[in-house]
Design a protein around this ligand. Structure first.
Ligand SMILES: [Zn+2]
Length: 353
């Protein structure tokens, strides 16, 4: 019997001989908004009979984590959001409806990241299929972060939990529970896949903590174009000085830019970061005006290499982004460079390009 209890929603998965019964109750502290978002989230109704699960995921880093828990159990997995696109504004093509229609489970980030995909999923998935918003599931509303790019009045919390390794591990653990519920005959295999992935996540987390200590606390400052490191910064004791991208995903106003330039000067920010997913001339301008290094290679949701490479994974992506940030801020990333991020479990996902 497995019991999975979250702070904001009590969810029970009761496994008997052949039937898995699910129930969900909201506790008294739950707000209306959150209970709407989390109602029936990640709850498995009954196990599949006689076939492997058909799994769908959204953004590439999450697809990678899910694929590694899936391993070679025979479950199929498709990632819906093409790499290198803006996942915050992505509208799924009509062809995605057919993929969703076949799905037994759809793993999304949630926290209002992929609403068009969620809408399409809700109108196309079968009645027994599981919709699982991982971020919404693991993070209580009291810990949601709001910031410049994701202001509270916009109603969308910062959704980037997966750049924080312990939260990525929580995602993988929920994936483990859901897949084991759907496909109990492979539960031991899912568990052993999860254990291998979790071990690598822990190693990456420990190495990042070591690398962080090589940068003075006052210099652990992040100014990025895309605001993807809020939970990461909280975990490692870094400070997000700001982000350039407004909640509208348009360009920032001249006043916003002037404020950031003032902050970069005042706090002696050592480097500012852009990404290939979100090209911007504004960071160039801030870098030039403040004589600060501008690093424009953070990859956001875009996994390094190509499908089949070890680096083409959540681990490869985080290792690359973390090394880039540590070294640009003058730190020593050797603990991160020393990690072997060879995939412990084969990834058979079909990634949309
Ligand atoms: Zn993002």
């Amino acid at each position: 019997m497995k019991l999975l209890i979250k702070r904001f929603t009590a969810v029970c998965l009761v496994v008997s001989v052949a039937v898995l019964v699910a129930c969900s109750t909201d506790d008294a502290t739950d707000s209306a908004t959150n209970s709407e978002i989390t109602a029936q989230n990640c709850v498995v109704g009954a196990p599949l009979v006689g076939r492997a699960p058909r799994v769908v995921a959204t953004v590439a880093p999450i697809t990678s984590l899910v694929a590694q828990v899936v391993g070679d159990t025979g479950a199929s997995i498709v990632g819906l959001v093409p790499e290198g696109t803006n996942s915050h504004t992505f509208e799924p093509p009509p062809s995605a409806a057919a993929v969703l229609e076949q799905a037994d489970v759809v793993f999304m980030n949630g926290l209002v990241l992929e609403e068009p995909t969620k809408d399409l999923a809700q109108s196309n998935i079968g009645t027994a299929a599981v919709l699982c918003e991982l971020g919404t599931f693991v993070l209580p509303e009291s810990e949601w972060l709001y910031d410049f790019s994701f202001p509270k009045e916009g109603g969308k919390p910062n959704p980037h939990l997966w750049t924080n390794p312990p939260m990525a591990k929580q995602y993988a653990e929920v994936v483990l529970q859901v897949l084991s519920g759907l496909d109990p005959t492979n539960a031991a295999q899912y568990q052993s896949n999860f254990n291998l992935v979790a071990e690598q996540i822990d190693q990456l987390d420990a190495a990042m903590a070591v690398a962080t200590l090589t940068i003075p606390a006052t210099a652990r400052l992040l100014l990025t174009y895309h605001d993807a490191y809020g939970y990461f910064a909280k975990h490692y004791g870094w400070t997000v000085v700001g982000a350039i991208q407004p909640s509208s995903f348009d360009e920032p106003t001249p006043k916003d830019v002037a404020d950031l330039i003032a902050q970069v000067r005042e706090r002696k920010v050592r480097a500012i970061f852009g990404s290939e997913v979100f090209p911007s001339s504004i960071l160039d301008q801030i870098g030039a005006e403040t004589s600060t290094r501008y690093i424009d290679v953070l990859r956001d949701d875009d996994l390094p290499g190509v499908s089949g490479d070890d680096a083409h994974s959540w681990q490869g992506l985080m290792q690359f982004n973390f090394i880039t940030m540590i070294e640009a801020l003058g730190g020593d990333a050797s603990a991160l460079r020393a990690l072997s991020m060879a995939l412990p479990v084969a990834d058979s996902a079909r990634y949309t390009q």
